[in-house]
Design a protein around this ligand. Structure first.
Ligand SMILES: [Zn+2]
Length: 273
């Protein structure tokens, strides 16, 4: 389970959010893990420009909240956290949050939460929780460490096939809300092929059931799966209309998905004919 969670964390590290969008894990660290320290130092400016370019593309596509590229199987150092947050700010983010994996050791997570508050983050964004207990422990550590509002999302993969998804995700999300989370929700995937008796459960149906029973806003950050940006955006826009207050993308999504989502939401807000 731990190895599965770690692989998932690494996979999600390259994913995206929208009005929440994340670049996640320190890319220079991942890219340069086998390089010597000199080449690592040489590569950092180039990789920082690359992260900045991705952030800017997401802001231009309509993202209001950027998740700094801090997500990973290990916590960012204080210098990495500060640099990552600075790139999100420089890209023009209206809001910038520090993204962390819920599976980090709680002591390290708490220390990083304190550092994020000191570095001026607007919020902590804890994601890809593999089970409810992991999410509760991570939230407790984050809330105990500082004053930042905390958003926390469960990985869709936590859903066991064959059960009704609203019954699986509803209780742990309600628990996280009562524990003090400012925003709760779901991220990553797979999200589009589950349901009782193997039937596809529409994202909007799940969102409507969850959001109507929660006392805090629901966040939804699904991966791209095999969908085109247009098909992905249509499903996520339906979910937004059904009660998801914060919407964005995870693995495989990028600026084209966010642009398509922005257009879907604008078209539905101003229907023609
Ligand atoms: Zn993901």
């Amino acid at each position: 389970m731990a190895r599965l969670a770690q692989r998932r964390a690494q996979r999600c590290a390259s994913g995206s959010p929208i009005r929440a969008r994340s670049s996640s894990t320190p890319r220079w660290e991942r890219r340069c893990s086998s390089a010597d320290s000199t080449s690592r130092k040489r590569a950092r400016p180039r990789l920082a420009r690359e992260v900045l370019s991705i952030h800017r593309a997401h802001v231009e596509a309509g993202a209001e909240l950027l998740l700094a590229n801090t997500f990973g199987a290990r916590p960012p150092t204080r210098a990495e956290l500060t640099a990552a947050l600075s790139l999100a700010r420089k890209a023009g983010a209206r809001y910038a949050a520090v993204a962390l994996w819920t599976g980090l050791p709680t002591a390290e997570l708490a220390e990083t939460a304190r550092a994020a508050a000191g570095a001026g983050a607007d919020a902590l964004w804890l994601e890809t929780a593999m089970h409810a207990d992991q999410a509760c422990r991570a939230l407790e550590a984050a809330l105990g460490a500082g004053e930042l509002p905390v958003a926390i999302t469960l990985a869709f993969s936590a859903f066991p096939a064959g059960d009704a998804p609203a019954d699986v995700y509803g209780p742990p999300l309600a628990q996280l809300a009562s524990q003090g989370a400012s925003v709760v929700g779901l991220n990553c995937g797979p999200w589009d092929a589950h349901g009782a008796s193997g039937r596809t459960t529409e994202l909007a149906v799940l969102v409507r059931a969850l959001s109507s029973a929660l006392p805090v806003p629901l966040a939804l950050k699904p991966d791209a799966g095999a969908r085109t940006p247009g098909a992905w955006a249509a499903a996520v826009a339906d979910a937004a209309r059904s009660g998801a207050a914060l919407v964005g993308g995870c693995c495989g999504t990028g600026a084209p998905h966010l642009r398509a989502l922005r257009d879907e939401l604008a078209n539905r807000a101003n229907p023609r004919g």
